[in-house]
Design a protein around this ligand. Structure first.
Ligand code: CTP
Length: 319
């Protein structure tokens, strides 16, 4: 049984744990890395038992009508009204329908990307997925610029665009989205209460400025299904991080998945400080119980998958 086979190997992996600078980090080598295509197919098949990324990547227009009331996925007592604007931005069909790629990049936001010179390599992939509307132009040499699919937690409006308090914040946002052309902009709007007015402002700006981005809003079942897959494989994550969600979705569309910018640790292997994000000064407590994620555990899992040839994890320089 493929599922059990994956769980056994995740648990019994003999990865070397190096204890350095107070944190456990995991060794992996990119030299001699080879794709294990049969494992890739097996993982895709197993994930399909829990979710179909083609469908779950977004709800579609016909799922709702304006005025419908839905319960937040992670906060069932609270509700959200499907507004006219939101409804008009729901795609008619999944933006990932029938899309298949030979190689994909999933780009996390760790400061490990700084000085990596990975920009060209990232941009050379057929499909590039990025997280949380991370800036690219100023960091192009290290992170590239190609963005075919980009996520945006509603909190980004507050964090990176001043809560749209003044016109220049809104202009900066519109400019960022206009650079995306017709890429997919993936907004988890139904997860938790708190970001609904930000989502509404974003929707209004997209409509007013007739931006070409293709908006997508994950299905109500996606996050539970992704969590279910990993839990079944004995990876006790809490809420999957955006990066892990993107890898899980990408297994449906991509034959070869390359991860960059995944490094949820405060120091690199040489003990040098690593920023949480490559582009801002946000601090993060990687091992805190208060965090909704278990990124170090996620990383350990991705590292096992790297060593088995299911994906390629790059945390060093691209040369
Ligand atoms: N990431 C990582 N190491 C870091 C920072 C981020 O591995 N130091 C990965 C995580 O998988 C994360 C993704 O990159 O989900 C995108 O980073 P970020 O935008 O910071 O995501 P968060 O807002 O922290 O987490 P989420 O959106 O998943 O709640």
């Amino acid at each position: 049984d493929g599922e059990l086979c994956l769980s056994r190997s995740l648990v019994n992996s003999s990865d070397k744990i190096i204890r350095k600078a107070g944190s456990s980090v995991f060794q992996h080598s990119v030299e001699g890395w080879k794709i294990n295509s049969s494992l890739v197919l097996e993982i895709r098949k197993n994930i399909l038992r829990f979710l179909d990324a083609e469908r779950d990547v977004s709800v579609v227009k016909s799922s709702f009508k304006p005025g419908d009331v839905i319960h937040y996925v992670l906060d069932r007592r609270r509700t959200l009204n499907i507004s006219q604007d939101l409804h008009s931005l729901l795609p008619e069909v999944s933006p990932m329908k029938n899309r298949r790629f030979k190689t994909c990049a999933v780009v996390g936001n760790s400061g490990i990307l700084l000085d990596s010179e990975c920009g060209k390599e990232i941009d050379s992939h057929n499909f590039v997925i990025r997280c949380n509307l991370a800036p690219v132009v100023e960091f192009a040499a290290d992170v590239g610029t190609k963005s075919d699919f980009i996520t945006m937690n509603p909190s980004v409006v507050q964090r990176a665009f001043g809560g749209f308090r003044n016109e220049s914040d809104r202009e900066k946002f519109v400019h960022r989205l206009s650079m995306l052309n017709d890429s997919v902009l993936w907004i988890p709007a139904f997860m938790v209460k708190g970001g609904e007015k930000h989502v509404e402002w974003v929707n209004a700006l997209i409509l007013k400025n007739k931006l070409k981005v293709r908006t997508a809003y994950p299905s109500l079942r996606l996050i539970h299904a992704v969590r279910g897959y990993w839990l079944t494989n004995k990876v006790p994550i809490k809420r999957p991080s955006t990066g892990l969600l993107m890898y899980t979705l990408a297994t449906r569309f991509c034959d070869e998945i390359h991860l960059y910018g995944f490094w949820p640790f405060p120091k690199d292997l040489n003990g040098k400080a690593v920023k949480y994000h490559y582009y801002d000064d946000l601090k993060y407590r990687y091992f805190s119980n208060a965090s909704p994620h278990r990124m170090p555990l996620e990383f350990k899992t991705l590292n096992v998958l790297h060593n088995r040839g299911a994906l390629k994890l790059t945390t060093g320089k691209c040369i």
